[in-house]
Design a binder for this molecule. Structure first.
Ligand code: HAM
Length: 419
């Protein structure tokens, strides 16, 4: 688990706020589920998934309850829906950390942040399109261009069940063509064999039965409408019949956003789909649901690769240098901050030289300097810090003109810097 330090932390916060802007404009409200819940909530993700069997941080609390840190937030949102019974469609978004005991590597961590949305209570293919399009719009807002949308449908639960049977029969008849690892997967969940990226498995998987052959008329019509809707919005997608996703609760539409600049083992920037049975399994009424979650880490790696969405500039506007003991700096910084300027200062009554160095390091456009002469005269010195250092450019102004003089100097410095 990692510390996220400045200036990366500012980039994280902006990531979340850009996401909130996109989804709030479509009527989604923020939900903040707890970090920890009864283990049973997360077991609904699926007994056969790695997330549940291997990666959960679960333990008994002091009251003897078996709890777990959340490995994702979809199950919590469904639990909250079953508990609070809000009006439908219930459109919510979330942002925050999740915990999975995975092997840490680039783009894969034990504590990782996601942003996501979920909609409960509407079974409309155009809702699937809305959800997918909001993910797409968010990537566009970040400036990412090398993102591919993979799309599939797992059909109705009965379609999926018939497909799993057919897959099992096919793979069992051809065990020689499967690696040892895939044979173990086959015993647990034949669908996940399709996920194998091992070369030896590739040929057998290529000729495996296709899910599309098992769709009921309703499932086929739903999937057709989703594709038409995406076409209407000019969102490009690739049908990937092998896209089964790692969690068991999916049915009908599933999708994944792939970062084309990333290594294939860790290139899923985000994914989601329909999970029409999840609320019911958590004790609520039968309720359709759909959503996605996008991983912050991998998305930022993709941003680095494409040279977009850099860390925001966290430089201050003004740095106050006070050689009279520090009390003047206290008052001046308070005044400047009240006027809306971003402002810092030195402490511990350092030498003038050391304070000026700190001013340079802060990235400030302007320094306000106050020494005993200025204090006696009721003035301050305003010195531009950017560009060629030129002491002649500094001005001594009456203390009462502080705000207007500083504001002008900062604006001028910004203008010169962008010219
Ligand atoms: P997921 O595919 O498990 O889906 O995770 C979504 C995204 O979270 C991944 O594509 C990846 O970017 C990121 N992610 C997952 N695990 C890690 C990790 N260990 N380190 C860094 N990033 C990671 C879900 O979580 C579902 N709840 C999505 C969903 C919402 N389906 C319906 N609604």
């Amino acid at each position: 688990m990692r510390d996220i330090l400045p200036p990366d932390s500012a980039r994280w916060r902006r990531f979340q706020s850009v996401f909130a802007g996109v989804v709030e404009s479509a009527g989604y409200g923020e939900i903040m589920p707890p970090l920890m819940e009864d283990l049973g909530v997360f077991q609904r993700i699926g007994d056969a998934t790695d997330v549940v069997t291997k990666e959960m941080y679960d333990f008994d609390d002091k009251g003897g309850r078996h709890v777990a840190l959340r490995p994702e937030q979809t199950a919590s949102v469904c639990r909250a829906y079953a508990q609070h019974r809000p009006a439908t469609p219930w459109k919510v978004f979330y942002a925050g950390p999740n915990f999975r005991y995975e092997k840490p590597q680039r783009g894969r961590y034990r504590q990782f942040d996601q942003v996501g949305i979920e909609v409960l209570g509407a079974d409309d293919p155009y809702l699937d399109v809305e959800v997918i399009s909001l993910g797409w719009e968010f990537y566009e807002k970040l400036g990412l261009e090398r993102v591919q949308l993979l799309l599939n449908s797992l059909g109705e639960p009965e379609d999926r069940a018939r497909y799993v049977d057919a897959l099992e029969i096919y793979f069992r008849a051809n065990l020689d063509g499967l690696t040892e690892q895939s044979r173990i997967t086959l015993d647990k969940n034949p669908l996940r064999v399709l996920d194998s990226k091992r070369e030896f498995d590739a040929e057998l998987i290529a000729y495996a039965p296709r899910i599309a052959e098992f769709y009921s008329p309703d499932a086929a019509a739903h999937f057709d409408a989703v594709q038409q809707g995406l076409d209407d919005l000019a969102i490009p997608y690739t049908i990937d019949t092998k896209l089964v996703r790692g969690l068991d609760y999916y049915r009908h539409t599933t999708f994944e956003f792939v970062g084309l600049t990333l290594d294939s083992a860790q290139n899923a920037l985000g994914g989601g789909g329909r999970y029409d049975g999840l609320v019911e399994s958590l004790g609520g009424p039968p309720t359709p649901g759909i959503g996605f979650a996008l991983g912050l880490d991998r998305t930022l790696l993709a941003c680095d690769d494409e040279g977009v969405f850099a860390a925001p500039n966290t430089d201050v506007d003004v740095f106050v240098v006070d050689s009279t003991g520090g009390r003047q700096a206290l008052r001046i910084t308070a005044e400047l901050r009240n006027a809306g300027l971003v402002c810092d200062r030195a402490f511990e009554n350092r030498s003038m030289k050391s304070q000026m160095k700190a001013a340079d390091r802060s990235g400030a456009a302007v320094a306000i300097i106050i020494g005993s002469n200025e204090l006696d005269a009721g003035t301050v010195v305003v010195r531009p810090l950017r560009g060629a250092v030129d002491v002649n450019k500094q001005r001594e102004v009456p203390r009462r003109d502080l705000i207007s003089a500083v504001t002008k100097a900062v604006l001028l410095a910004v203008k010169e810097a962008t010219a």
